[in-house]
Design a protein around this ligand. Structure first.
Ligand code: ZN
Length: 416
């Protein structure tokens, strides 16, 4: 059972934006993403400003984004900033409340008693974060927020290209270039249709709705069924709340709503922001993959190690998709001699093409097959900062032994 209705829910925070902009589907303005971002990348030198309590900001690693492009980087704490520094390019990082003299940076974001304000909009909840880049010289970049958590989300994934981006709980809320402010809730209201099903609240791009309504009904029934199959297989409960699921028609749409890099040709298939999932079109693989993440993580661990995290939906796909089965397995065979210790423990970048996605599927299959689902879940719950000892404590032997056994297991299967 489902119903289609144009959504009526949107945040009241930006009501005045609605009144002044009167968005329509035909002419809704999307602020241009500035892929060149010349003002930033033409800098010769930039001073990164960090709060006096500087341990909370990873400025050195962040600075590599600039130094990698030949820009000289200097790091200073707030109290070391002199008058003459203010005439130069500055990148101010860290929670706004950590700054005692925020106003002297000349950024059009006001520090409030609680939170910050941009234009006439104020953001006082601790979960709000923002990034700002000036469009004139000297350059001002600010990456900040009302709490360490909100700030870290942006430090880890800064978006250069818009003048302002405001996020709440890792969900992008507002983007702005020049005087054009776009509230993404309103964008959704004009461009997306809500469809509610047994386990989902879908927000579907109107471009897809127009395409084929019957096919959508079939898809939705399939996804509701999938939820039941998945929770049974993983010995979980049915979700207590309907899963907010955004189905986007184009790469531009999914990237706008997930804070993606619009200048990059990379394809974004699916994504999780806060408690919402996103899929590029109705692809079964995309929707199921993100649904599996959502359900498993909500019930087992919301901040798991990435290798184990991707292992769950990839393993599910491996067991279900006959076409992919052989491709995934062959990839794991190809890397049978590769030392997986660092990537499993999060010390090596997981995102190196698709190889670790495929390998995580097979390694998960091995763990489930050898140690069982409940041990796997115990491991999944373990503190990711010390996963190495988690293997030993939970599975009873060091990861090095487990990897040796995994290799034997893998090769024995491939022989059969
Ligand atoms: Zn994933």
């Amino acid at each position: 059972m489902f119903r289609i209705s144009v959504i009526i829910i949107f945040s009241c925070l930006f009501c005045s934006v609605v009144q002044t902009q009167q968005p329509h589907l035909e002419n809704f303005y999307l602020p241009q993403y500035d892929c060149e971002q010349k003002i930033v990348w033409d800098m010769k030198k930039v001073t990164i400003v960090i709060p006096d309590d500087s341990t909370i900001v990873d400025a050195k690693r962040f600075g590599e984004r600039f130094s990698g492009r030949g820009i000289e980087v200097i790091i200073k704490t707030e109290s070391k900033i002199q008058e003459n520094d203010l005439n130069n390019n500055l990148c101010i990082m860290g929670p706004i409340k950590s700054y005692s003299q925020w106003d002297r940076f000349g950024i059009p974001v006001k520090k409030l008693m609680r939170g910050f304000a941009i234009s006439k909009f104020s953001f006082d909840d601790p979960s709000y974060g923002f990034s700002y880049i000036s469009t004139t010289s000297p350059v001002r970049i600010a990456i900040s927020g009302n709490s360490l958590g909100a700030y870290k989300q942006i430090e880890n994934k800064p978006s250069f290209g818009f003048e302002f981006v405001v996020l709440k709980d890792y969900v992008p809320k507002l983007i702005c270039n020049g005087s054009h402010i776009v509230d993404l809730n309103i964008l959704k209201k004009s461009r997306y249709v809500e469809i509610e099903s047994k386990y989902f609240v879908f927000m579907v791009s109107k471009n897809l709705i127009l395409e084929d309504e019957k096919a959508i009904v079939a898809k939705i029934e399939e996804y509701d069924k999938h939820v039941e199959v998945f929770v049974e297989k993983m010995e979980l409960d049915l979700p207590k709340k309907k899963i907010k699921t955004n189905i986007h028609a184009t790469q531009e749409e999914i990237k706008y709503f997930t804070f993606g890099d619009l200048c990059n040709d990379d394809i974004r298939n699916g994504y999780v922001t806060g408690d919402e999932i996103h899929s590029w079109n109705w692809s079964r693989e995309n929707v199921e993959h993100e649904t599996n993440h959502h359900i498993f993580n909500q019930q087992v661990n919301e901040i798991p190690a990435i290798f184990l995290c991707e292992g769950v939906p990839m393993w599910y796909e491996y067991t279900k998709n006959e076409e992919m089965k052989d491709i995934i397995f062959q990839r794991a065979i190809e890397f049978a001699d590769y030392d997986l210790t660092d990537v499993i423990c999060g010390k090596e970048n997981f995102h190196q093409g698709d190889k670790f996605y495929f390998i995580s599927a097979i390694f998960t299959d091995y763990l489930m097959d050898t140690y069982g689902l409940s041990k796997f879940k115990e491991l999944y719950r373990y503190d990711t900062r010390d996963l190495l000892s988690g293997f030993e404590k939970i599975l009873g032997k060091p990861l090095s032994d487990i990897l040796e056994e995994y290799k034997k297991w893998l090769l024995s299967i491939s022989v059969n």
